[in-house]
Structure formats: structure tokens, C-alpha cells
Write a protein that binds this ligand. Structure first.
Ligand SMILES: [Zn+2]
Length: 179
């Protein structure tokens, strides 16, 4: 999983067109330092040119004025034409995503001018199961380390012989009795 990093430009008035919108009623897009969290949340919700992939993501962090201002748990998406907006909950202190990002610099190491980027989601980070100590952002293994874990066991218990391991597995593995 990833999280969305949303960068807001300068605040603009959009109330005439969007003030009465059913899914996202708001008076302003963009950001200025006088805005409340709720206003920043509404400014960050849409309407972004995003494809279907965005709808898998569960978190967004909002960057404005060079700093991460808000973290959001996404609960809903809506599409209009080629644009999407979301709804969700503003996260507070104690939440992993809030504590990792809010008040810190823009987490995206990117010069892209597109305001919405996908970042690897720290919520899913885990330590590689092989015991190497590396952090993995998807699944349980660093690439290739599942193979390494298997071969470590073959080395320890079968003298490094894949043939001995295969013979043992065929005789004792979960399907051995069916033969
Ligand atoms: Zn590993």
C-alpha cells in the first residue's frame, strides 16, 4: 500500500462553483496559514486528476507552505469525469501516520509538479522475515530473501544439498502420504 501526498498551492476562492456540491462543498481550494484543519482537509479532498489506482489508498498527507499540515484516513472516493475527490477523517496525535508526517517537511523526494504523489505507506512497513533486519514496505521479504531463507535451512539441515532436501520433503512433506 501507499499513501497519497497532496501538495496545496495558494488559496483560491471556488465557492461559486463548489459551495453547494453534494460530496465536497467548499469555499476554497489551496492553502494559506489562516486556514483551520477542517478547511485544509476540504481543500485537500479534491478534485484531483487521478486514475482508479488512487482508490486503493487509505491515507493522505497534506503538504502546504513547505510543511506537512495534516494526515487523513481516506474512507470514500467519488469520481467526476477524469477527476476524483475523497472523504475521510482527520488524524490526530497518537496515530502512526499523523506522528510520522505532520509538522515535518514534505516527505516526497520529488521535483514533480504534479500535486498528488504516491509514497510507500509506513503503516505496512515490516522487518524482513529472513532476519537481516531490513525494512520492507510490501509483503514479508526483501526481494530474494525468501530464497535465501530456504537455502539457509538447506545448508543447516541437509548439508547444502538440494537433492537431500527434496528427497526428505517428498517422503515427509504435507502430501507424502498421498503417494
Ligand atoms: Zn532479509
Amino acid at each position: 500500500m501507499f499513501l497519497l501526498r497532496i501538495k496545496l498551492g495558494p488559496r483560491t476562492y471556488v465557492g461559486d462553483e463548489q459551495g453547494a456540491h453534494k460530496f465536497l462543498p467548499r469555499m476554497h481550494a489551496g492553502w494559506d496559514p489562516t486556514m483551520t484543519d477542517q478547511q485544509v482537509y476540504d481543500a485537500a479532498r479534491g478534485w484531483w486528476r487521478l486514475n482508479q489506482r488512487a482508490e486503493q489508498e487509505r491515507y493522505a498527507v497534506v503538504v502546504a507552505g513547505g510543511q506537512c499540515r495534516l494526515a487523513i484516513r481516506i474512507t470514500k472516493w467519488q469520481q467526476e469525469g477524469d477527476r476524483r475527490a475523497f472523504a475521510g477523517d482527520i488524524l490526530g496525535p497518537g496515530d502512526l501516520v499523523h506522528d510520522k508526517f505532520v509538522g515535518k517537511p514534505d516527505p516526497a523526494n520529488s521535483t514533480s509538479r504534479f500535486p498528488v504523489l504516491y509514497l510507500a505507506d509506513p503503516v505496512d512497513e515490516a522487518t524482513c522475515r529472513c532476519g537481516c533486519g531490513a525494512t520492507v514496505s510490501r509483503g514479508e521479504w526483501l526481494q530474494g530473501h525468501d530464497q535465501r531463507a530456504i537455502h539457509d535451512r538447506i545448508r543447516a539441515d541437509f548439508g547444502g544439498s538440494v537433492s537431500k532436501f527434496i528427497d526428505w520433503y517428498d517422503a515427509n512433506g504435507p502430501f507424502a502420504s498421498e503417494n
